[in-house]
Ligand binder design. Structure first.
Ligand code: PEP
Ligand code: MN
Length: 339
């Protein structure tokens, strides 16, 4: 439930209400708006006496939250969350472009791609060092060596960096080298991994599971935030449907739904959604137009020979064209590429 305080309620009143809740063994989360403070309550509500709370000074109303996710719920935290990644901020004023290869293959490959995506206007370079491949015989990633190359790419270009993690050990390694970790679609309900990501306190990009509902996805985010890490960004990357013309079906309706239900930023990944480079630009534009806070785009120096996801990877030229073509959409969305 949330306790909505009256406009202009003094800190002392907020603290005494929160104190009564905490004395009963429940957690409180304050959300301070310009006018109104909201006290979010997590725990066993049956221990609370709602009438007593309602009668306390400056309490406006008590609203039950019926959804199972609380900390990721917009009702708990009406202002949109901003997530800092390196020097960049993902949130309502910016349009964040994460771009790079599916997998880090060599140091030279990553450097070449990082320079190219920076030149075209990306703020974050992506690259997989641990690849959760469908087949165990496909390239599995360079692991820590790949992370070291990511750190080099950051040093050379100044771009922030993101890398997928698939285990607790990978989170520990990633914390040494990159700015943000990614939990991939296949691990969206790996609850132990979500908890570890929460404990790491690193910014986390949480991709939507292949067949996850929006409710399940927000509950996955809840696992991370419940460990004390509010730095979560969601990523719609397509869901599995009966359609086979594209690798997945990009659920663009998830963007306005998430914006209504949650305060967390949401970005769109048209590369994994479609699996086809030619379909990436139109859906990237659609993602920005429907309110996404950013895009994740796979870019490769030589897509035909990429070790992973070549068919959906844009060349440098295609990525440069997309970035120029996105400019009017970014302007219409009243966002900036960098603050
Ligand atoms: C990726 O980003 O390289 C990836 C594997 O994505 P997803 O988890 O969305 O399939
Ligand atoms: Mn990929």
């Amino acid at each position: 439930m949330i306790i909505v305080m009256k406009p202009g309620a003094p800190q002392s009143a907020v603290q005494s209400v929160a104190g009564v809740v905490r004395d009963k063994g429940l957690e409180t989360h304050l959300s301070q708006g310009e006018q109104v403070t909201i006290i979010g309550v997590v725990g066993d509500k049956t221990r609370l006496n709602s009438q007593q709370l309602q009668a306390m000074p400056y309490v406006d109303r008590i609203v039950p939250i019926t959804e199972s996710y609380k900390l990721s719920n917009r009702k708990f935290h009406p202002q949109p969350t901003r997530v800092k990644v390196g020097n960049h901020e993902i949130g309502p004023d910016t349009l964040t472009i994460m771009a790079g290869p599916c997998a880090v293959e060599t140091e030279e490959q990553l450097m070449t791609i990082a320079r190219a995506v920076k030149k075209s206007g990306a703020q974050i370079v992506r690259g997989g060092a641990y690849k959760p491949r469908t087949s165990p015989y496909s390239f599995q990633g360079l692991e820590e060596e790949g992370l070291r190359y990511m750190a080099e790419a950051k040093k050379e270009t100044g771009l922030a960096t993101i890398c997928e993690v698939i285990s607790e050990a990978a989170i520990e390694a990633a914390a040494k080298y990159v700015d943000m970790i990614q939990i991939g679609a296949r691990n969206m309900q790996n609850f132990q991994l979500l908890r570890e990501a929460g404990r790491s306190k690193m910014p986390v990009l949480l991709k939507r599971g292949l067949a996850a509902t929006i409710d399940e996805w927000l509950n996955a985010a809840e696992y991370i935030i419940a460990e004390g890490n509010p730095n979560v960004v969601l990523c719609e990357r397509g869901i599995r449907t009966y359609e086979t013309a594209t690798r997945n079906t990009l659920d663009l309706s998830a963007v306005p739904v998430i914006r209504e239900k949650s305060h967390l930023p949401i970005i769109v990944d048209p590369s994994h959604a479609t699996g086809v480079a030619a379909y990436v630009p139109p859906l990237a534009k659609a993602g920005v137009a429907c309110g996404a806070d950013g895009l994740m785009i796979e870019v490769h120096n030589d897509p035909a020979h990429a070790l992973s996801d070549g068919p959906q990877s844009l060349t440098f030229e295609q990525f440069g064209t997309l970035m120029s073509d996105l400019a009017p959409y970014i302007q219409l969305a009243e966002r900036k590429l960098t603050l």
